[in-house]
Design a protein around this ligand. Structure first.
Ligand code: PLP
Length: 395
């Protein structure tokens, strides 16, 4: 019998999971490891958000909410999305979930029949592969390349379409590359989705963390796109709220109704105190998001300068809080480099293959440590890089 769990486990390839386990085991035996692996902001949730949740709990927000989420939160989300250039959603076209992660799984389980194909960029956030697998769909990866700034190309997507293609996933800005898909390419991707009658999942969770004047074009706001797009977003990244588990999906009513049913089956509702925190986040002062964005920008520039000094190439990321660097030119696969960096340098980063990269050439460096720690991590990394180069020379 093939259970969903078995399919899920099979998808997380042995190589991938054993590497992660090895790295975690190795890290527990080491002192002073600088963790730059996970995508969990080191910044604290802003105090006004924490206080709002505390007040809500004290005044009884300890019960189930409306399954789709607090009406006032859904209205605030709709207002926010509209005012930031997204589609025009009504509150009943929004469902608050236990993180954007739940939204991804709900989307796949709501729309995929066994064997349906879903186009996912490679590299791309690994939850997509897992959710498609659980829904018995088939992941079709479309590679993105450093030479094109890791942007997903509409042309490549169109080539990957077959009669079984049901859905196209956009992760914009990208995890793990940190690249924003140029608005002109989003327009082309939208045209491809319309031409081939595809559903689009647009994950814009890093949409507010962009740099160098990059702009995220919400695909649902383009003509003819709202009716075929599910926009996924959340509070984890912009407001440093990973542990609160609150995100949302938005789409036209006819798609939202079946999805709301699946969400109800999964979670009944998102945690009530977290929804009150999210309400304070989205309706309160937004300078905390700008301060975080500026901080990540400083770290991003510092890391890129360090990689320049090391003579390593990287994607000139303009979004999220990751730098995607090429290490295979050192003569070792990225997964081996990560093990070596952890063992000898006590810095934890992940290989791109953890994110479905079709190569084992890149590493994802999370910028989620204070600047002095990032600088220290870069010093350690430079030593490991120098040692690897010296070993190659003597071979
Ligand atoms: N989407 C992307 C692209 C992510 O990188 C992540 C988390 O890393 C998520 C969704 C899940 O976020 P959440 O904490 O809201 O579940």
């Amino acid at each position: 019998m093939t259970t969903a769990a078995a399919r899920f486990a099979k998808r997380v390839t042995i190589k991938e999971s054993s590497l992660r386990t090895r790295m975690l085991e190795m890290a527990t035996g080491l002192k002073d490891v600088i963790a730059m692996g996970r995508g969990d902001p080191d910044l604290d949730t802003p105090p006004h958000i924490v206080e709002a949740a505390q007040k809500a709990i004290a005044s009884g927000a300890t019960h189930y909410t409306h399954p789709q989420g607090l009406p006032q939160l859904r209205k605030a989300i709709a207002d926010f999305v509209r005012s930031s250039g997204g589609a025009d959603y009504t509150p009943d076209e929004i469902v608050v979930t236990a993180g954007a992660q739940e939204s991804i799984f709900v989307a796949m389980l709501s729309f995929l029949d066994p064997g349906d194909e879903v186009i996912v960029p490679s590299p791309g956030y690994n939850a997509y592969h897992q959710a498609i697998e659980l829904a018995e769909g088939k992941t079709v990866t479309v590679p993105t390349y450093e030479a094109d700034g890791f942007a997903l190309s509409a042309e490549a997507v169109e080539k990957a379409i077959t009669p079984r293609t049901r859905m196209l996933c956009l992760i914009n800005p990208s995890n793990p590359t940190g690249m924003v898909i140029p608005p002109s390419e989003i327009a082309k991707l939208a045209a491809v989705a319309v031409k081939h009658d595809l559903l689009v999942i647009s994950d814009e969770i890093y949409g507010r963390l962009v740099y160098d004047n990059a702009r995220v074009q919400p695909v649902a706001a383009l003509p003819g796109m709202k009716e075929r797009t599910i926009t996924v977003d959340g509070f984890s990244k912009a407001y440093a709220m990973t542990g609160w588990r609150v995100g949302y999906f938005a789409g036209p009513r006819q798609l939202i109704v079946p999805m709301a049913e699946v969400h109800y089956g999964f979670a009944i509702c998102a945690p009530a105190p977290s929804q009150h925190a999210a309400l304070a986040a989205i309706t309160g002062p937004q300078d905390c998001v700008e301060a975080a964005r500026r901080e990540y920008d400083v770290r991003r520039k510092a890391m890129m300068a360090e990689l320049d000094r090391m003579g390593l190439r990287y994607a000139k990321s303009n979004g999220a809080f990751y730098v995607y660097a090429e290490v295979a030119s050192l003569g070792i696969p990225a997964s081996e480099f990560c093990l070596r960096l952890l063992k000898d340098g006590r810095v934890m980063i992940f290989p791109g293959s953890n994110f479905g990269d079709h190569t084992d050439d890149y590493v994802r460096i999370s910028l989620l440590q204070p600047l002095p720690r990032i600088e220290e991590a870069a010093r350690r990394m430079a030593d490991v890089v120098a040692a690897i180069r010296a070993e190659r020379k003597t071979k």
